[in-house]
Design a protein around this ligand. Structure first.
Ligand code: GLN
Length: 548
């Protein structure tokens, strides 16, 4: 039987429940347990797929095509295992299911209510991943903060599940904030006490309290929290601010979070976690030998969460190359022909980001032209790849006003066009080309060198595609479709041969980069940027008359 760990949050949002959950999962995985993590989000959207990135950051897509919360990205990056639709459930999805059942008459004339019908469905989802007997421990992160109106059914469902399964099979890790008052030079435990009291009013009491703090928790503070929140002092865990999220598993290991959970769940301790690969990664991350600056050209750059997986992929790839990758955010709306040179000066690589709609599109195209003509390493993802196709069509093939029909329905040269099966879709949610698709790589290509294999599978999230009507024109002029879907012939990767690094992918490689398996395209892109940076340094030296 699977055992359950619930991770709840108190005091405020943004304390990093997802990172704590992922770190705990990593440690338990190291001890030899089969662990998975799921997130239950208390909002009414059926999934985050229709949410604006400004609202909720990036939408993370799984192999099975689920559009999920960005925390699920952390789960995969930490655990190096692939998760699925079942790992992310929202209130909207729960209500949708219950209401559909009601319409089918499944409730046999009964009044359908939050308790028991919604809470029963929440419990069914909480335990769904246990059915195939694939996991020993299921960690469930509850989105939002305990005490919010919308969290109540989840809190009640946990209470019932704990009652049904027994407390030794179902524990609660509560994450709170212990603020430091600088003027008084004191850590304050009252907000934590209040949030635990709020939980107890709803019938839950945490087994372990993880305290986010800027300052170390001394023994007195720990004892105070333990006494007033009714847990053992060793179950009060310090989560000090970390330099990087990747330090958190080590911090949690020092604080014994995993061991205390196992003790509460009455499970054997398993192997001592060594985290060897993890520590190697951190060592390289923290001791870079070189530095490059990559321009991230996008229209959501003000909000870092919008490009979460891309930024994390650069961290993974930077560590492999023992290189600090500094990201310069470049707002695509602000780029034009006049300022492109100054805006992109000093960059060692340019990444043009995914996106939707017209805003900022011309700035992306101008940046790509600059990268192509000046032979700066370039990587375009999804819309970024579509923009490099448009740029090539306009400036090399001289197909003036070439465009994607997403941006210009009446373009004379629709080099990017909507897929036939997408044309009649009216519902927006969950209807894009989503999830993993196969790709066959031309063995005479940079991509083949990068992947070291001919057949790959990568994740997608888009409606538009390269228009194969123009393919021969592109290929005859130097832009090659070196990756294609073997079944449909849809273009997956484009490359330019006479360029040090120029790769555009219709898929999203950033969704598959993990600490232990950094994505090869990012790794090679950073390597190309290092080479470019070295070349730039020697060019500058020559210009300045230096002989070494
Ligand atoms: N808007 C483009 C499409 O739907 C690209 C999507 C993306 O970048 N994820 O095809």
């Amino acid at each position: 039987m699977a055992k359950y760990i619930f991770v709840t949050g108190g005091v405020t949002s943004s304390l990093g429940k997802g990172i704590i959950a992922a770190s705990l999962a990593k440690l338990l995985q190291e001890r030899g347990y089969r662990v998975t993590i799921q997130k239950l989000d208390p909002y009414i959207n059926v999934d985050p797929g229709t949410l604006n990135p400004y609202e909720h950051g990036e939408c993370f897509v799984t192999d099975d095509g689920a559009e999920t919360d960005l925390d699920l990205g952390h789960y995969e990056r930490f655990l190096s295992t692939s998760i699925s639709q079942a790992n992310n459930v929202t209130t909207g999805r729960i209500y949708q299911y219950v209401i559909n059942k009601e319409r089918e008459g499944a409730y046999l004339g009964k009044t359908v209510q939050v308790v028991p019908h919604i809470t029963d469905e929440i419990k069914r989802r909480m335990t769904l991943l246990s059915l195939k007997n694939e996991f020993d421990i299921i960690i469930t992160e509850i989105g939002g903060t305990v005490g919010d109106i919308e969290s109540l059914p989840y809190v009640e469902a946990i209470r019932q599940l704990q009652w049904e399964k027994g407390r030794e099979n179902c524990i609660i890790v509560h994450l709170t904030l212990v603020p430091y008052l600088r003027a008084a030079k004191e850590l304050k435990t009252k907000p934590t006490q209040h949030s635990v009291k709020l939980m107890s009013e709803n019938g839950l009491s945490p087994d372990i309290i993880v305290c986010r703090t800027e300052e170390p928790l001394n023994a007195d503070v720990k004892r105070k929290i333990a006494l007033f929140c009714n847990v053992r002092p060793e179950a009060v865990i310090e989560a000090a601010d970390a330099d990087t999220i990747y330090d958190v598993p080590l911090h949690m290991m020092q604080e014994n979070l995993d061991a205390i959970c196992l003790e509460k769940l009455q499970l054997p301790m398993g192997n001592e976690p060594l985290l060897k690969n993890w520590k190697d990664f951190l060592k390289k991350l923290k001791n870079p030998k070189t530095k490059v600056t990559i321009g991230l050209v996008g229209k959501y750059v003000e909000l870092q969460d919008a490009y979460k997986s891309i930024l994390e992929s650069f961290i993974h790839a930077g560590a492999v190359n023992e290189c600090k990758v500094e990201i310069r955010n470049i707002h695509s709306e602000h780029i034009d022909q006049e300022n492109v040179k100054s805006s992109l000066s000093g960059l060692d690589g340019i990444l043009v980001a995914p996106g939707f709609g017209n805003r900022g599109i011309e700035g992306k195209i101008i940046s790509i032209q600059y990268a192509r003509e000046n032979k700066i390493p370039f990587f375009g993802i999804c819309l970024g790849m579509q923009c490099c196709v448009i740029e090539f069509a306009r400036n090399v093939l001289h197909l003036e006003a070439a465009n994607s029909t997403e941006m210009d329905l009446h373009t004379p040269y629709p080099v990017i066009d909507i897929m036939e099966e997408q044309k009649n879709i009216v519902q927006m949610g969950g209807t894009m080309r989503l999830g993993a698709f196969d790709c066959e790589i031309d063995i005479h290509s940079k991509s083949y060198e990068i992947y070291g294999k001919q057949y790959i599978s990568e994740r997608h999230r888009h409606r538009w595609e390269f228009n194969n009507k123009y393919l021969s024109d592109f290929e005859n002029n130097g832009m090659k479709a070196v990756g294609k879907n073997p079944k449909t012939g849809l273009v997956e990767i484009v490359e330019l041969a006479d360029h040090p690094f120029y790769v555009g992918t219709q898929f999203h490689p950033e969704l598959k980069s993990t600490v232990e398996h950094p994505h090869p395209i990012f790794v090679h892109f950073v390597a190309a940027a290092i080479q470019y940076a070295n070349g730039r340094k020697s060019r500058t030296n020559v210009e300045m008359g230096s002989s070494n």
